[in-house]
Design a protein around this ligand. Structure first.
Ligand code: MUC
Ligand code: MG
Length: 367
């Protein structure tokens, strides 16, 4: 069970349909495949998606920090020494996606070593999650057509709508068109990625007050401390902290300050070890949780569903598990599939996924 090597492999897979939102856009999945090898010949995998506009990480930076700092800190530890590992990685600030990928690859390797699923190791609550699909910026008609396609093809009935453009009517028109086009049975919520001011957000939420929204997420910056508190105090739906509340301390700060009332857990930035801490904190505080998506590929989505299915709280709401559908290809031998609006965890040990060597060879950028 001793870790002998950590690999960080850059790969690039284009999106069929780029995702655009208030803080950036993604056209190509330029991710890093992380493989943790043990002296038993077991290999655990995970992927790190660099999101410079959210966390400051880049693909080259993720590889550098893993090779120069993190790999030497974890090689020699056993798969059971995860808290020692977390504390060593924690000596370096930032780099959430690089740390998370190592952590998740270690859990995958542990599951494979013990021949149990990661979901069973974490909590084993269920084997599936309902799926929420994220709709990026476009014209109202195109976004309604996309939602209809997701419902018809994959049975998805929960949609997160990206907002945060100016004037706010650009986005409120989209949400109204979605409600009118999809009917009252679909769940709709909005995510501003900090694009609006607090007052613009208040105007937009008033304009959409008859549309039965489930949540509002990160509409304005958490750094606008009083403005955001003012906004959240007047909303009648939970306000999700996403990029403003990554660590348990961030969550505590935002919630106690009245700047958020629900949280997003993203395994891409807190791995399994720290996502557990955030989950337990949310449960103790009585917060709603949504399993979020950092525009993950199939490996990352397998990680999100493995974690989300582990607990009652994380599997109650639909999880954001479908961004990979917009990619032109992926690295797995057996692609993930969403049917009847649900994604199941894989039956095999660990994360239950296998990397296709031919696909890795085709998309890796280091040769
Ligand atoms: C989201 O929920 O905000 C966009 C940026 C990022 O880091 O994640 C996505 C989705
Ligand atoms: Mg978000």
């Amino acid at each position: 069970m001793k870790i002998t090597r950590v690999e960080a492999i850059p790969f690039a897979i284009p999106y069929r349909k780029p995702l655009k939102f208030a803080s950036g856009e993604v056209h190509v999945a330029e991710h890093v495949l992380v493989r943790v090898h043990t002296d038993d010949g077991v290999v655990g995998v995970a992927e790190a998606p660099p999101r410079p506009f959210t966390y400051g990480e880049t693909q080259a930076g993720i590889i550098a920090v893993i090779e120069k700092i993190f790999a030497p800190q974890v090689v020699g530890l056993t798969l059971l020494e995860r808290e020692t590992m977390a504390s060593r990685l924690g000596r370096t600030v930032g780099n959430p996606a690089a740390k998370a990928a190592i952590d998740m690859a270690v859990w995958d390797a542990l599951g494979r070593t013990l021949d149990v699923q990661v979901t069973e190791l974490l909590g084993g609550y269920t084997d599936r999650m309902r799926v929420s699909h994220m709709l990026g910026f476009d014209e109202p008609a195109a976004m309604v057509a996309e939602a209809q396609r997701m419902r018809d093809v994959h049975g998805i009935t929960t949609f997160k709508v990206k907002v945060g453009r100016r004037p706010v009517s650009l986005d409120t028109a989209v949400v109204r068109a979605l409600r009118e086009g999809m009917g009252d049975d679909v769940e709709l919520y909005v995510d501003g990625n900090r694009g609006w001011t607090a007052s613009e957000s208040a105007v937009a939420m008033k304009e959409m007050s008859d549309l039965g929204l489930l949540f509002a997420e990160e509409l304005c910056p958490a750094d606008d401390v009083l403005g955001r508190r003012w906004l959240v105090s007047q909303l009648d739906v939970p306000f999700i902290a996403d990029e403003s509340a990554v660590t348990p301390a961030d969550v505590t700060r935002e919630i106690l300050a009245g700047s958020a009332t629900a949280i997003s857990i993203k395994t891409a930035r807190t791995g399994f070890t720290h996502s557990q801490r955030v989950h337990h904190l949310a449960e103790g505080l009585g917060l709603e949780v949504v399993m979020g998506n950092q525009i993950d590929g199939q490996i990352g989505s397998a990680c999100t569903v493995a974690f989300g299915a582990s607990y009652a709280l994380t599997s109650r709401r639909a999880g954001e598990l479908s961004n990979f559908l917009d990619m032109s290809d992926d690295l797995l031998t057996e692609p993930l599939e969403i049917h009847d609006g649900e994604l199941h965890i894989r039956p095999g040990a660990g994360l239950g996924i296998e990397i296709d060597p031919a696909k890795l060879d085709r998309y890796r950028q280091d040769h």
